[in-house]
Design a protein around this ligand. Sequence first.
Ligand code: ADP
Ligand code: MG
Length: 331
Amino acid sequence: MSDPCLPGEFEIIRRYFMQRQRDDAGIVLGQGDDCALLSPTPGCRLAVSVDTSLADVHFPLEAPAEAIGHRALAVNLSDLAAMGARPRWFVLALTLAEVDESWLADFAHGLYSLARQHDIALVGGDITRGRELSMTITVHGELPAEAGITRCGARPGDLLAVTGALGGAHGGLRAWFDGERSADNPLLDAYLRPRPRVDAGIALRDLVSAGLDISDGLLADLRHLCDGAGTGARLDAEAIPLAPGLVAALGADQALQAALGGGDDYQLLVALPPQNEAAARRALGGALHVIGHVTSEPGIQGVSLKSPGWQHFYNSASGSGAAPNGHGEHP
Ligand code: ADP
Ligand code: MG
């Protein structure tokens, strides 16, 4: 950031990453000091999670800056949603390869629009210059003591349900690689601007026995749920809700595969006792899709991924490793 015509680190923070916060946001001391001082609601527990988004690993570098800002926060909010936590505060560590003010303005716009929707306040961060664009966001949410959805409570006989259509993000990623750039394409929009199911998590937290957000694909995440409880599962392929337009784009077979193996949909997958089904459906205004049940025998029955490596088609597509895979490499 040595070009005298470009804003320096502090000016970037002032211009793009400082906003007046509401008086009731629980912020005793906000940005500008060495730490933020926050005031959690008495009796609540903090739910804390961090995720890094890397250019050309988690999102295409050429994606609209506003979508990159939206997405970076959305994937973190989804972790709060998965616990049933209420979003409160976040911090942002941003690494920029270059200073492009119009990019920064759009990025901040996407970030703040989603932050406002979910009533979460930016309370600090860091800016560095580096070779590649990356952003690391840590979110803090709140849960009443004893509440919260974990991955380990599923019991045989529980229903398995999802909060919305699947496969759309994968369809969007494929469309992106096919050159689609239209903001009106619902599949591309599902990939670039996931909608974290924060309200659904809060509505369901007292009704479900276990749950998580679907970031790695339905089957991969279902395995986490089963592993957490020492159970198996049986799914009904016909009951799995597919994103609108997915069958038209990929054909029925591939659409189901996208729903099973594609990641980044950020719907919630929950296990719940059958007697809670009606209440859970009411709590979500109807949008609960029962897709199977938990079994005592291990393993997942009823559906299968046609090719185990299918969802990673993009990894081998580029020798440079420059293609986004939606999940990133976790050590
Ligand atoms: P320090 O020297 O303590 O690391 P910085 O100079 O990095 O502090 O940041 C100054 C202030 O601006 C801090 O309060 C920090 O939290 C805030 N800040 C820095 N970068 C960001 C950002 N990307 N978003 C929000 N706040 C930021
Ligand atoms: Mg710093």
